[in-house]
Design a protein around this ligand. Structure first.
Ligand code: C5J
Length: 230
């Protein structure tokens, strides 16, 4: 049985059980984080998201060093756009829409350069990458099956954006019985006030959707983990 590690969090300490936990890194994709991508085409300041890169790198390195489960997600669509709801396609007044040719290939289309995960957090062999057509990582994906097969009960969630895909995924996970810890400094939004509100909504009312902590506390906890096989 793996040891339980208390991690300082709101609204209370999170009882991390490393062997039953997955680090889920949401949509750290070039289209959202790099200049010239979809996010920038919508008029967003990508530097707001880029501040989460370094904390994610530190947490990912510690998580990998501890030999724990890592899952990455990417938001995007089939090249024929058959899985793109017309309502999602129509939405917004941006000059570039999903499927249009952009500086990094077709916007949010699987297989295109902009759809891929940024180099700083690139998946390594053995880390599942979930391609999702929606905001939540459970909708129309095999994420739940993968987590069940791995015996995962807790999700440590990072990525972008806090109020959209991170929040949606945590809400979906909560309804499926997972305990979720959102990592504040490893999440980001184009809108700082939405980032703050998105985190507060998770931990409000005694943790209505889960817990909110920071990467330093998690890194410290897992670095003190004794060998579960000893
Ligand atoms: C958005 C996401 N914001 N990954 N996607 O469209 O949050």
């Amino acid at each position: 049985m793996d040891n339980m590690l208390p991690v300082s969090a709101a609204p209370s300490a999170f009882a991390l059980r490393p062997a039953q936990s997955a680090l889920v890194i949401i949509d750290m994709q070039r289209d959202f984080l790099e200049p010239g991508g979809f996010g920038a085409a919508l008029g967003n300041d990508v530097s707001q998201l880029r501040r989460a890169i370094a904390p994610n790198q530190r947490l990912l390195a510690a998580w990998r060093a501890a030999g724990l489960t890592v899952i990455h997600t990417r938001e995007g669509h089939r090249p024929d756009l058959a899985d793109l709801p017309p309502a999602k396609h129509r939405r917004g007044d941006a000059p570039l829409k999903i499927g249009d040719a952009g500086p990094m290939g077709r916007i949010l289309v699987r297989g295109e350069a902009g759809h891929d995960i940024i180099a700083e957090l690139y998946p390594i062999a053995g880390e599942p990458v979930i391609d999702k057509p929606g905001k939540g990582a459970f909708f129309a994906t095999d994420l739940h099956a993968i987590l069940q097969n791995l015996g995962i009960a807790q999700l440590v969630v990072t990525g972008v954006t806090t109020e959209v895909c991170v929040n949606t995924t945590i809400r979906e996970a909560n309804d499926r019985g997972y305990d979720c810890l959102a990592v504040a400094d490893c999440c980001a939004s184009y809108f700082p006030e939405f980032h703050e509100a998105g985190l507060r909504m998770i931990s409000a009312q005694g943790g209505i959707f889960g817990w909110v902590g920071n990467s330093a506390a998690i890194i410290e906890a897992i670095s003190q983990r004794s060998d579960p096989d000893a």
